[in-house]
Design a binder for this molecule. Structure first.
Ligand code: NAD
Length: 209
């Protein structure tokens, strides 16, 4: 199986790339290499015969479609995004550009690819989103977000991710594009970039991401 992973030089995307390669998948990593990325994250797979890297901005729809038709993936895993809440407060435009406009471009490229005779029958578009789109949980044990929780984004980052979730769902309802949307909670690791390196057990992680 061939995966096209956007944002595969970032924190989570690079872990997905490494895992996928270790499990025998072929991977095309599409990443614009913004400040949040590092090719060192994927150094261990860089020479692997099943791995290819394409430096591309998801805001460039023409280039995306060309890449999809060239590599003909079975699945797109869409992780590329502007991600830090604090940065979204200082500079929201970039978040709208990448998370909304970029996701729209990727959906349109995926739709054109899916409708072509080059796309496998089992094609899926997996959109990786965040629980931030549901707002904040009360400070009470055993209260969870579920699939039925109403959207309630509270930062430019969360609003831009909520927008992309709605676009992805609309591309399923309107065009039938086979999609999955997952809304994960915070991921962190020792010594990861920026705020992630400040994580301490006592911090409210929602405040950071
Ligand atoms: N880290 C978390 O705790 C967390 C939690 C929930 C959801 N998510 C979601 O998971 C995904 C990955 O998060 P992360 O923490 O790995 O992010 P990250 O900021 O570490 O990495 C994002 C990657 O996307 C790339 N990118 C940014 N703009 C791009 C563009 N216009 N075109 C192509 N590539 C671009 C960057 O170069 C970078 O490699 C995001 O969609 C995020 O919303 C993350």
């Amino acid at each position: 199986m061939k995966l096209l992973i956007t944002g595969g030089a970032g924190f989570i995307g690079s872990a997905v790339v490494r895992l996928a390669i270790s499990r025998g998948y072929s991977v095309v990593n599409v990443d614009a290499l913004t400040y949040a990325s590092s090719l060192r994250n994927v150094e261990v797979v860089a020479e692997h015969p099943n791995y290819q890297f394409v430096q591309e901005d998801i805001c460039n729809g023409t280039a995306l479609l060309r890449t999809l038709k060239k590599f003909q993936p079975d699945t797109i895993m869409h992780l590329a995004a502007e991600t830090h809440v604090d940065r979204s407060i200082d500079d929201p435009e970039k978040f709208i550009q990448t998370n909304v406009h970029g996701s729209f471009n990727l959906l349109e490229a995926a739709r054109a690819y899916w409708q072509s005779n080059q796309c496998p029958e089992t094609f899926r578009f997996h959109h990786i989103s965040t629980d931030e789109v549901f707002g904040s949980l009360p400070n009470t044990p055993n209260v969870y977000f579920t699939e039925d929780t109403a959207y309630d984004p509270r930062s430019p980052y969360a609003a831009s991710k909520a927008s992309s979730d709605h676009l992805v769902r609309a591309w399923y309802e309107t065009y039938g594009l086979p999609i999955l949307v997952t809304n994960c909670s915070n991921n962190f690791r020792p010594l990861s970039a920026f705020q992630k390196s400040l994580f301490l057990p006592s911090l409210r992680l929602n405040a950071l991401r």
